[in-house]
Design a protein around this ligand. Structure first.
Ligand code: C2E
Ligand code: CA
Ligand code: CA
Length: 618
């Protein structure tokens, strides 16, 4: 045969092997075995092997060696024979050659300067006279070698070299493909699993539910229940002991849920910060499910040891059932979540089965959520203003902006009716931006009409103060309407500043640097640490209206209000009383030295035009 014919025959044989579907699906060792075996057969040589560079690159290590004397067997077994590592320091000429020349075709290996160093311990022992090495690449990098060995002297022909290179290239492709599969699997893991607990995430849960529901529908038999497990008060642990403690609690609970043995237990996922889901198949009678939730709650209630402290945690559980309560995976999730909220409202550490009443609430919540999304998109939220008066109750000092929503069917909605939905749907940041845009455009309208508005106070949510770029957004919105940031004041509640102190501190500092004033809202209702109050740049405190309501008759409320006024004095802050409804409130507060007053006694929150009409028409 002519060289060219041999070449074609070899390449055809290799193509037939490597493009065979059986080959593609083989595990790596079998692939390597098949390739080197093919090589020895086609070239009529005795040995062929595959070698790899380990990450240190100080040696090459044999991965697979085919020896005609032991067919079907990997002859480079490492445990017995350390000789199958070849070190760069022992064979510098060979390493130099394989790196520089790439293909090494050696007719007389014992005497060739490139392979001479193998003579004593290797070539003579194995009776090798000729060697042909071709490089395996990973991209640009040399990652290994394929090595063909013959017992006879051999002048390597072009078809020999071409086959060796083609087999080395096939292994390169295998390596690339395997690396791709590994990264795909790693990515898949990140996409489908939660890294803290190692449990599946909500996307995987959705897929699982979809699969199970389809199966039950197809068979017309079977049932399943979804348990939505929400850890109570994790926020308190995060705030009090730091986020690592919170993470540890979550990881621990994840492990407990994994360990717990339950009939019909099918799938567990971590579906949110402090939320887990558990799928039960077939064992779904209500009585049984209630037992199951008791057992889970009992497990979760066992103290969790975190940095030498025993923490006691509880969980609220909502249960939704298929068939019966819902038809689709998404409904199952929503139903279980709604039942969980219901359980929480009953007090913590409870469980609730989904029912028609919960269904109605869940439906209207769901509807409200999508309507609110639309309202935000079309910028159709409105802002009302409530005056804040001086201490005598006669002069307008500033005014508070309060969001309102004119619902197409239900008329004006107060924030109490929709902020909760906005919060759980993740709309708070956008809602805050909407309010600020309205305030700024009102302010501009007033300026154009030469109306000197006082400072406008805007409520901020936790979702806003936790975003490092929030102050930039404020400046941007103000700039857009040529409104100075100095014309604004911001109110944050004690609860909304419980998160990451570093971030919140910087956000609030920046707002103050930009010229805004800062008030702490609903003071006395949340848990605020005095140190936060001292180190954050507040200039006023708003006493919550629940303490004002029963003044001056309720002794406790009098004492609390007095002490807040005293505290403010001590810290050099102004005090505002909210919820001033009666002359008696006003008189008492004036006498005790409260600086500003806000409440229905002066005005309810009013639309912008009415506020202007009331205070600025002569
Ligand atoms: P808040 O910041 O404490 O606002 C004062 C609330 O008390 C307002 O309710 C106001 O109408 C009401 N109020 C004022 N004077 C009196 C009074 O004399 N007696 C009684 N009983 N109530 C009085 P509103 O407008 O329904 O707002 C409720 C809460 O919604 C606000 O409480 C605030 O926490 C939140 N909110 C309102 N607008 C926004 C906003 O734009 N962003 C954020 N994040 N929260 C807002
Ligand atoms: Ca407020
Ligand atoms: Ca308030």
């Amino acid at each position: 045969m002519r060289d060219s014919e041999v070449l074609v025959t070899h390449h055809k044989a290799l193509m037939e092997l490597s493009h065979n579907i059986g080959f593609i699906e083989m595990p790596r060792p079998r692939k390597l075995a098949a390739l080197v075996e093919l090589c020895t057969r086609l070239l009529g040589i005795q040995r062929a092997s595959v070698w790899l560079f380990p990450p240190e690159r100080d040696r090459i290590t044999c991965e697979w060696l085919h020896d005609e004397e032991q067919p079907g067997h990997n002859s480079c077994v490492k445990e017995e024979n350390t000789g199958y590592d070849l070190f760069r320091s022992d064979h510098p000429e060979y390493f130099q050659a394989i790196t520089a020349e790439r293909v090494i075709a050696v007719e007389d290996a014992p005497n060739d300067p490139r392979t001479r160093s193998f003579h004593q311990g290797y070539l003579s022992v194995q009776n090798i006279h000729a060697m042909l090495d071709a490089p395996i690449f990973d991209g640009e990098e040399l990652s290994g070698v394929i090595c063909l060995e013959s017992h006879e002297h051999r002048e390597w022909s072009v078809p020999d070299i071409s086959l060796a290179v083609a087999i080395a290239d096939t292994i390169s492709l295998m390596n690339t493909h395997e690396a791709w599969l590994r990264s795909k699997r790693a990515l898949e893991y990140v996409r489908r699993y939660d890294s803290l607990t190692g449990l599946a995430n909500i996307d995987s849960l959705r897929d699982r539910l979809g699969h199970l529901l389809r199966k039950i529908k197809r068979r017309g038999a079977g049932s399943l229940a979804l348990l939505w497990i929400d850890v109570d008060r994790l926020k308190t642990i995060n705030d009090g002991l730091g986020p690592q403690a919170g993470d540890q609690v979550i990881a621990d609970i994840g492990q407990r849920l994994r360990d717990i043995q339950l009939a019909g237990k099918d799938f567990i996922a971590r579906i949110g910060g402090d939320e887990f889901a558990l799928v039960i198949r077939n064992y779904t009678l209500p009585g049984f499910l209630i037992e199951v939730t008791r057992e889970i709650q009992e497990r979760i209630r066992q103290p969790i040891r975190v940095s030498d402290q025993d923490l006691n945690v509880s969980a609220s559980i909502g249960i939704c059932h298929f068939p019966g309560d819902c038809h689709e995976p998404e409904e199952l999730l929503r139903g279980a979540e709604a039942a969980m909220y219901h359980a929480k409202r009953q007090g913590r550490d409870r469980s609730t089965l989904f029912d028609s009443e919960i269904q109605t609430t869940a439906r209207s919540r769901f509807a409200l959520e999508s309507e609110l999304r639309e309202a935000l998109k079309s910028n159709s939220l409105d802002v009302f203003y409530q005056p804040i008066m001086d201490r005598t109750g006669t002069h307008l000092e500033s005014m508070e902006a309060l969001v309102r929503w004119q619902h197409p069917q239900r008329g004006w909605l107060s924030p109490i009716e929709f902020l909760d939905v906005a919060r759980s749907a993740g709309f708070m940041y956008e809602l805050g931006a909407c309010v600020l845009r309205s305030v700024c455009s009102h302010w501009r309208e007033a300026r154009e009409r030469n109306i000197p508005l006082p400072t406008i106070s805007v409520n901020l949510s936790a979702e806003q103060v936790l975003v490092p770029d929030f102050p930039e957004l404020v400046k941007e919105i103000c700039d857009h309407q040529e409104m100075p940031v100095e014309a604004l004041q911001f109110e944050v509640t004690e609860d909304s500043i419980q998160g990451d102190f570093g971030v919140i501190g910087r956000v609030l500092e920046k707002l103050v640097e930009a010229g805004a004033e800062l008030a702490i809202d609903d003071f006395g209702t949340g848990y605020s640490s005095l140190s936060r109050l001292k180190y954050l740049p507040f200039s006023r405190i708003k006493i919550d209206r629940s303490f004002i309501k029963n003044l001056p008759d309720d002794e406790d409320d009098c004492a609390i209000t007095l002490s807040i006024i005293g505290l403010a004095r001590g810290l050099g802050l102004f005090v505002v009383a909210e919820g001033v409804e009666h002359k008696a409130h006003e008189a008492w507060l004036f006498e005790k030295g409260c600086d500003y007053l806000q409440g229905y006694l002066y005005s309810k929150p009013l639309p912008f035009s009415e506020i202007i009409g009331r205070y600025y028409s002569d």
